[in-house]
Write a protein that binds this ligand. Structure first.
Ligand code: 13P
Length: 269
């Protein structure tokens, strides 16, 4: 079964019935010593009540996973461990890659799949993303599937078409019991690392487009369970604007999550 930490104290959003999820994507930052320090600082900065409203996942580089797993377990921290990527095969001659079963063995709960940086710099296609979604579920973890349009695509009015195509390709093969467990992150490429976030109404519109794909594939009941995050220049000041949206259930945070204090303020927003 899933390893999400929906423990007793975590309460779903009364408005939507869905569990909120705020995730730190550290990208290629923080070595394992820095990672331990950052996680301890984050834990100090949060109050017990902060964990009641939101599940928090930390996605460090692969080399930090084992030390963070030990820290989280030994100090009984209430963070879920996440990864930023995995290979779609369980093992084999794929030099330099890390598989889903290896992550699962480290108590990883969530794996980011198809981040735009992987699509752009590592040439991940929709087919590869789809295979990774399948691999993550096969290892009893949950994928955070990233989708989003480029600046040019938005200018050309192609946002909806792009989102629909990316989501459909990544999830259409799933059985409904798995489809409803998906997390999808709407990350407009132009908003990532730019300091310019999407407007709240654009984030809501993107989330609606994503949910509609699930609805057309499996109906309302499944679509209403899917959790959708917004990502792209989230900071302590704008976080609450996104968390109030009807179809946004969480955030995927890059730059601002590298500083434990600012990430704590995002969670508390
Ligand atoms: P920033 O928060 O730095 O814009 O990055 C967002 C992101 O890519 C999270 O996956």
């Amino acid at each position: 079964m899933a390893k999400e930490k929906h423990d007793m104290e975590l309460r779903p959003n009364p408005r939507t019935g869905r569990y909120r999820l705020i995730s730190a994507n550290w990208k290629m930052n923080l070595n394992h010593l820095e990672a331990i320090q950052a996680t301890q600082k984050l834990s100090f900065a949060l109050r017990p009540a902060d964990y009641s409203y939101t599940e928090i996942s930390i996605h460090p580089p692969f080399t930090d996973l084992r030390p963070l797993q030990l820290l989280i377990d030994s100090d009984r921290m209430r963070f879920s461990l996440g990864a930023q990527n995995c290979h779609f095969e369980p093992n084999g001659a794929y030099t330099g890659e890390v598989s889903a079963p290896m992550l699962s063995r480290l108590n990883v709960s969530y794996v980011i799949v198809g981040h735009s940086e992987r699509r752009q710099y590592f040439f991940e296609t929709d087919e590869v993303v789809r295979a990774k979604v399948e691999a993550v579920f096969r290892s009893q973890m949950t994928p955070i599937i990233c989708v989003g349009e480029s600046f040019d695509e938005r200018q050309r009015g192609e946002t909806e078409t792009k989102l629909r195509a990316q989501v459909d390709s990544a999830v259409s093969f799933l059985a409904p019991e798995l489809a409803e467990r998906c997390v999808v992150a709407y990350e407009p490429i132009w908003a990532i690392g730019s300091g310019v976030s999407a407007k709240a109404e654009d984030a809501q519109q993107g989330a609606v487009t994503i949910r509609t794909v699930f609805e057309s594939l499996w109906g309302k009941a499944v679509a209403s369970k899917v959790r959708i995050q917004y990502g792209g220049s989230v900071n302590p000041t704008n976080a609450a604007d996104f968390m109030q949206l009807d179809d946004v259930d969480g955030l995927l945070v890059g730059t601002a999550a590298l500083d434990p204090e600012s990430f704590a303020r995002i969670i508390q927003a």
